[in-house]
Design a protein around this ligand. Structure first.
Ligand code: ARG
Length: 459
């Protein structure tokens, strides 16, 4: 089949090369952006007198019809036309004749694809933004119901100090809040219009680039034609933001998997978000959480792949860059697949407050509070740390917890201990005395939740 660029060739490309070279299989998903971009370009060409107004209008009308035909499933794309850009141009020329051949005036596929991918990814960012916002709302809702649900906090996965489930889960609010901000920041840099860069050295036609940018809703234009066609930083940035989102989901999933184990039993996934075993009748596995954790690797892989594709490419456009699409599309698809199922999974899980509370009681999570008690009675902290540590050791030997010691037993370690100690080292005090901003005390977490709700009104 004759190629749109076939003029200087004597021979057809090998069939295998047609297939190899073609990107229509995966770039067809940018059809809407490609048509939108072409409509803006054609209108500008007409306005500038570069083509006649009549041709410009014919092109715009033809492109609008093609859009409807594609959406109705009436169009079969052609591998020989290589990519979405040439497929649409070919359809247009078949439809409106010679006027269609004027569309590509002052444009190259290099700046065209740079335009399309920016527009496509900005729309995807907007969808992911909405999904993360919903996730943040779900987190706040769970937190609101659990400000008194005491649980152990961990460092090194060893019981450390008591916190509440609300406080724990609000840590994830902070993480996903940063993600939503990172997405917005990435979108801002993406929001510049490269058309007019041409193949690499702009063009001699008097294009009105600002007009095109305005038509398409971009906030600015690119200011170097080489960079305009060869920059894929925004793809890599987005892959990096998506990787961080997956990393956060994955850490959350890891905790949920751990907490669903018999040993912890802090949470139980709803049956609708668990699966059984084909051999072990008793099993209820947190597959959804595991799969999200697993898919994280896939998104990281795409980030690494994109960085590697770009690392050795001389300016300006090179065909290597066609390889940017599959990884970033799959990264976007994966994140969009994971967030909604994750939201529903955590919204429906059962929280076993009693088991959490029992978990907080074991493991001497109030040993710091015991030391702090001694400090408040005048003992230097380092000394108090030693006394509390010796009391812990004693309790381990006696197989009891700190609050199970009698006052006499306690006083044998330090006579400044009085019977107000029991209140000072109760789980409630351990949590609720940590009331400085950022702490787990009920009132403090309630303030953090209020701040979170205020933030949600701004995004
Ligand atoms: N399909 C190509 C891509 O995705 C479009 C640009 C092709 N330009 C070229 N001169 N071969 O990058």
């Amino acid at each position: 089949m004759a190629k749109l660029w076939g003029g200087r060739f004597q021979k057809n490309t090998d069939e295998k090369v047609d297939d190899f070279n073609s990107s229509i299989r995966f770039d067809k998903r940018m059809y809407k952006q490609d048509i939108k971009g072409s409509i803006a370009h054609a209108s500008m060409l007409g306005k500038q007198g570069i083509i006649s107004l009549e041709d410009s209008e014919k092109i715009v009308a033809g492109l609008k019809e093609i859009l409807v035909e594609i959406e109705n499933g009436q169009v079969k794309f052609d591998i020989d036309a290589e990519d979405i850009h040439m497929n649409i141009e070919k359809l247009l020329t078949e439809k409106i004749g010679d006027a269609g051949k004027r569309l590509h005036t002052g444009r190259s596929r290099n700046d065209q694809v740079a335009l399309d991918i920016r527009m496509y990814l900005m729309e995807e960012i907007d969808e992911i933004h909405v999904m993360i916002k919903h996730l943040l709302e779900v987190i706040v809702e769970i937190a609101t119901k659990n400000t008194e649900a005491i649980m152990p906090g961990y460092t090194h996965l060893q019981k450390a100090q008591p916190i509440t489930f609300a406080h724990h889960i609000m840590a994830y609010f902070e993480m996903f809040k940063r993600d939503i901000q990172r997405l917005a920041d990435c979108r801002e840099r993406m929001n510049i219009m490269p058309l007019g860069s041409g193949a690499l050295a702009a063009t001699t036609y008097p294009l009105d680039r600002e007009f095109v940018a305005k038509q398409l809703g971009f906030s600015d234009i690119t200011y170097n034609s080489l960079d305009g066609v060869s920059d894929r930083d925004f793809v890599i940035e987005l892959a990096s933001v998506l990787s961080i989102i997956m990393m956060h989901l994955s850490r959350f999933c890891e905790e949920l998997i751990l907490w669903s184990s018999h040993e912890f039993s802090f949470v139980e996934m709803d049956d609708a978000y668990s699966t059984g075993s084909s051999i072990m009748p008793q099993k209820k596995n947190p597959d959804v959480a595991e799969l999200i954790r697993g898919k994280t690797g896939r998104v990281y892989g795409h980030l690494m792949g994109l960085l590697t594709i770009m690392k050795g490419i001389p300016l300006a456009y090179n065909k290597d860059m066609q390889e940017d699409k599959e990884p970033i599309f799959d990264a976007v698809d994966t994140v969009k697949l994971c967030i909604p199922v994750f939201c529903d999974m955590i919204a429906t899980m059962k929280i076993n407050k009693d088991n959490m509370r029992n978990g907080a009681r074991g493991g001497f999570t109030n040993a710091t509070d015991l030391a702090d008690y001694l400090v408040k009675k005048g003992m230097p902290f380092r000394e108090a740390h030693g006394v509390s540590g010796r009391m812990v050791y004693y309790c381990i030997e006696q197989n009891k917890s700190l609050d199970e010691m009698s006052l006499e037993e306690m006083q044998s370690f330090s006579d400044i201990i009085k019977d107000d100690i029991y209140d000072a080292i109760s789980m409630e005090s351990c949590v609720n005395e940590r009331k400085i901003p950022g702490g787990p005390a009920k009132g403090t977490v309630e303030k953090a939740i209020k701040k979170a709700l205020d933030f949600l009104k701004t995004v």
